[in-house]
Design a protein around this ligand. Structure first.
Ligand SMILES: Cc1cc2nc3c(=O)[nH]c(=O)nc-3n(C[C@H](O)[C@H](O)[C@H](O)COP(=O)(O)O)c2cc1C
Ligand code: SF4
Length: 654
């Protein structure tokens, strides 16, 4: 496979064509590298990826911060941690890139909780021009004076030199995603009239000076990998200008180019492709942008963004569209992606399903990353399941083959237990099947198939159409029972039901179990309600969504939420935030908001207002079985990553 051929970047030979894309983890503390961060990167290096790009180190903290918990590289006090990190990656056999960055105007986000400029420590962010970042809540930045520009160029140079002293093999200059370097490059954000703005030559000056200064300081043996956007929003650089930038970077001393897209927030534009292409978008949706740049330069070009499958990655290389493939989220979901690909075991790769819930979603909330698919992410200090063999082999019965049941079964069986699952339905999947049902969410099926396949490979016996009750369980005689029986819809306490009122839980609609009339009201505007609205509106139903909270879809990451809201609006779905429903009756839905109240008569009312645990079996099993665990929604209804993580813990504990 071409994926596993070595490749030279500048003076360094990389053992294969796979690169770990830089990803902010929020694992650091106060700018410092943490032990968890080191373990996280070491684990990915052990999985066989040839080259690892560490997340962006900020060259001027806090004014250049792009996240709530950045990694800093603007002082020697960070050097010991960075050195441990570089050594950790090298000791596991991978080469390393230290990405360096400055967020520019993107740092100027006003914190929603206290209205402060949290990321910059209260200071006005800086940028080429006095134009706020386009996503809501950003202040107008201070345009940089000429001496301040020189100061930042020096900071990039010093940070690169520090990265080399720390032991990193290569420097990654972050010119993508419209951070400060991208802001200078693009007419979209650079309106200067001095030698750093106006013509393309002037707009490139800042970045090219940085590349040349880094090259002079680090010498010829340290490759510089520049990350840049292959496409910009309207008013930004044209494809021809982007190709010219690529050529100029090569001439200035860049040894490889990494072609990305987006700008660390989401545009209210249905054609916008974010830096992290989401569920439903085609695989490799920006590979052609890399191919276009590759035609313009002679240095290696790296392609990225939703390249998930081994065959697809190989094909990109075979078709000469790129020289290397960067994997970001796929390596969060499975650090052993490269090893398994090399061993021809693609079906054993835990899939990234592009849901963005645990990774991008947590960064948005200021939390460390997690992964829907991989509960071991963030727990790299623990022994992997295969090495955490159980002291006593037990007979384990899992009730329910949803995501939590399958994950618990996989863990327990991997640790050597004798595991059986009873599933009352005729198919495995539970909530995963429901999650995969709306149009564009089919990737969820890949996670379900993986869990099903992996559990069976570990010897888990799955009995379908098998109802569990205490008598049957007693006869089966397990040592341990894990209840993964899910949840049931809950009726909101403040909602009054009058005679003649009827409703359908959203889960039954998504499952396709109930007929739906032409006009529909959905009560609950969270993810489940909105996915239901999407599915029904594409089937031609007229939908109104009632949500009591101030906003719609607040339980979703913006990267998933905004395109969904755009689509719903386009399909004519009425979205009513701050509009609680008070009563359901034969007359219809009585609702009210701050200004007015009304009654809506529809054919079908759908409830998407939450769930309560379906844990009735627990009481029945008291005294019958040595140990009963509850996992997933049947313990605490919540989101799927939490359910899978919970089940993983139980698998490790039994
Ligand atoms: C949690 C997260 C954090 C990211 N942080 C960075 C970053 O620090 N620097 C950067 O250049 N790109 C960052 N990205 C973008 C990735 O490098 C990559 O381009 C993107 O995830 C698409 O590739 P993938 O589909 O293989 O994940 C981040 C992506 C994710 C998911
Ligand atoms: S949380 Fe979702 S998108 Fe992010 S890495 Fe995991 S599976 Fe992929």
């Amino acid at each position: 496979m071409k994926l596993f051929e070595p490749i030279r970047i500048g003076a360094i030979e990389v053992q294969n064509r796979l690169v770990m894309a830089p990803m902010t983890t929020h694992f650091g503390a106060e700018g410092y590298v943490s032990d968890q961060m080191i373990r996280f990167y070491e684990r990915r290096a052990r999985g066989g990826v040839g080259l690892i790009s560490v997340e962006d180190g900020i060259v001027d903290c806090p004014i250049g911060n792009n996240t709530d918990h950045p990694l800093a590289i603007d002082s020697d006090r960070y050097l010991p941690g960075l050195a441990k990190l570089a050594a950790g990656i090298r000791n596991q056999g991978a080469a390393s890139i230290m990405q360096i960055s400055h967020a520019g105007r993107r740092a100027g986000q006003i914190a929603s909780d206290n209205g402060c400029l949290k990321r910059t420590g209260g200071r006005l962010p800086v940028a080429p021009s006095a134009l706020a970042h386009p996503s809501p809540g950003h202040v107008v930045p201070k345009p940089l004076a000429a001496d301040e520009i020189q100061n930042i160029i020096t900071r990039f140079e010093q940070s690169a030199e520090r990265a080399v002293r720390a032991g990193f093999d290569m420097i990654g200059l972050h010119c993508a995603h419209m951070y400060l370097c991208g802001q200078f490059l693009s007419p979209w954000s650079n309106k200067r009239t001095d030698e750093y703005g106006g013509s393309l030559e002037n707009r490139m000056r800042f970045v090219l000076e940085i590349v040349k200064r880094i090259r002079t300081t680090v010498g010829a043996n340290v490759p510089i990998v520049c990350r840049m956007n292959g496409k910009e929003p309207e008013g930004g650089n044209t494809p021809e200008e982007l190709a010219a930038i690529a050529v100029a970077l090569e001439h200035a001393g860049a040894d490889a180019l990494h072609i990305s897209v987006g700008f660390a927030s989401v545009l209210w534009d249905k054609d916008f492709i974010p830096a992290e292409a989401t569920i439903g978008m085609p695989e490799g949706c920006i590979v052609d942008l890399a191919a276009a740049i590759k035609r313009a330069v002679s240095i290696p070009v790296i392609a990225v963004n939703k390249i998930r499958h081994v065959q697809f990655a190989e094909q990109v290389l075979q078709e000469n569209k790129a020289d290397m493939i960067a994997l970001g989220r796929p390596l969060l979901a499975d650090p052993d992606w490269p090893l398994k690909a090399r061993q021809n075991r693609a079906e054993d790769i835990r899939p990234c399903i592009s849901c963005c819930q645990g990774c991008v979603g947590n960064i948005e909330k200021g939390r460390p990353i997690t992964c829907m698919s991989n509960p071991q992410l963030g727990r790299e200090n623990e022994l992997p399941m295969s090495q955490a063999q159980a002291a006593r082999k037990k007979k384990v019965l899992i009730v329910g083959a949803g995501p939590a049941g399958l994950e618990a079964a996989l863990g327990a069986a991997t640790r050597g237990h004798n595991v059986t699952i009873w599933e009352r339905n005729q198919a495995v999947g539970g909530k995963l099947q429901l999650a995969a049902a709306p149009p564009g969410k089919e990737e969820f099926t890949e996670l379900l198939d993986y869990l099903d396949r992996a559990a069976r490979k570990q010897g888990v016996k799955i009995a379908l159409g098998k109802k569990a009750d205490s008598a049957a369980i007693k006869r089966f005689g397990p040592d341990v029972v894990v209840l993964a029986t899910g949840s049931r819809p809950v009726l909101p306490a403040q909602l009054k039901f009058c005679q003649g009122a009827s409703f359908i839980p959203a889960t039954e609609v998504i499952g396709g179990y109930k007929p739906i009339g032409p006009t529909v009201a959905i009560i609950g505007g969270g993810m489940v309600g909105l996915e239901t609205a999407k599915m029904l509106s594409s089937q031609g139903h007229a939908i109104t969504v009632f949500e009591m909270l101030d906003d719609i879809g607040t339980d979703m990451p913006a990267i998933i939420r905004i395109p969904l809201l755009l689509e719903l609006r386009e399909k004519g779905v009425k979205l009513l935030p701050r509009t609680p429903v008070r009563e359901l009756s034969a007359e219809g839905i009585s609702w009210e908001n701050e200004r007015t109240r009304g009654v809506l008569k529809v054919d079908t009312i759908i409830l998407a207002t939450g769930e309560k645990p379906d844990d009735g079996l627990q009481r029945e099993l008291e005294g019958v079985v040595e140990r009963v665990y509850l996992v997933g929604d049947c313990k605490r209804p919540g989101n799927m990553p939490a359910a899978i993580a919970d089940a993983y813990s139980v698998g490790l504990e039994i």
